[in-house]
Design a binder for this molecule. Structure first.
Ligand SMILES: Cc1ncc(C[n+]2csc(CCOP(=O)(O)OP(=O)(O)O)c2C)c(N)n1
Length: 274
């Protein structure tokens, strides 16, 4: 999110955090990248259902970007190994309308991703527009299928392809430190230099080695907290304390969840406590 940098060690909270920022912020779209490793944590797996709490009339939107690079630390991930058809059904079942982006050529991936984001934003705008003009069918508990992006790239994409004759890019070996012996091994050092030069450091640093102005301009100017630094109040729980900016229009729309039909007739509910 421009204007906000978040960091942490414990996986699982990206989507919940994104929905927290979007609630009560009708003009905000929060793009949230979810790693396929993170997607295996309990909190993240439960967070897919947060879209049921989103009122397209009153709240902003979340654009989840599920990043399937195939591996967590040392093992393959479930969501990258199940059949595409099964993944599609799962994500649709969660209430999403997935857009797929897949490949490893940076230039064409850039174009594909830009087109996918445009498509997703158009779909979000349509849902919100219809809801805000009272034209979204909600009969029978219907909810809009929110767009999301499924991004498939190799793990360690654009890093060293092979180290010591072993494949690294596209494998679990890419996790964290793909070149472990740069101090002792001149070959590793050369690979590290080639890799870092691919980021064009001459454009990122000035002649004294200081970060260029374009880089420092990206540092959020706002408050720091235990989780990062933000100049965007909606992105920092510790910075934002406010009451809902707009009253909800009618009690019947008080939450999107209220529009869900009961899972079974109320009369058949088990009231015996068993
Ligand atoms: C709750 C929790 N469990 C385990 C870990 C250890 N851990 C750190 S990174 C990682 C894999 C993350 O994989 P993914 O989300 O796919 O990110 P990638 O690095 O592949 O982009 C794991 C399991 C953690 N940080 N938090």
């Amino acid at each position: 999110m421009p204007g906000s940098i978040h960091e942490g060690g414990e996986l699982g909270y990206s989507l919940a955090h994104a929905y927290g920022a979007a609630l009560d912020n009708p003009d905000l779209v929060v793009a949230c990248v979810v790693g396929d490793g993170e997607a295996e944590t309990g909190p993240l797996a439960a967070s897919w259902h947060a879209n049921k709490f989103l009122d397209p009339g009153h709240d902003g939107a979340v654009l989840p970007i599920l990043h399937l690079n195939g591996y967590k630390i040392a093992n393959p991930t479930v969501l990258s190994r199940i059949r595409p058809r099964e993944l599609e059904a799962l994500l649709r079942g969660y209430g999403h309308d997935p857009i797929h982006v897949e490949g490893s050529d940076p230039a064409s991936m850039h174009q594909q991703m830009a087109a996918a984001v445009d498509e997703a934003l158009r779909k979000i705008q349509t849902i919100q527009f219809l809801a805000r003009f009272g034209k979204l069918p909600t009969r029978g508990g219907d909810r809009p299928a929110w767009p999301m992006i499924v991004l498939r790239t190799p793990k360690g994409w654009t890093g060293p392809a092979e180290v010591d004759g072993l494949p690294v890019e596209g494998t679990w070996r890419a996790h964290q430190v793909p070149l472990a012996r740069v101090r002792e091994d001149a070959g590793h050092r050369r690979q590290l230099e080639a890799w870092l030069r691919s980021y064009r450091p001459e454009e990122l640093f000035d002649e004294h080695g200081r970060p260029a102005a374009e880089v420092t301009a990206l540092i959020p100017s706002g408050r720091s907290s235990a989780w990062g630094r933000t100049g965007t109040p909606t992105a920092g729980g510790s910075c934002a304390r406010w009451t809902s900016p707009r009253p909800r229009s009618s009690p019947s729309k008080s939450t999107a969840l209220a529009r869900l039909p009961p899972s079974r007739p109320a009369s058949s509910e088990n009231t015996s406590g068993q």
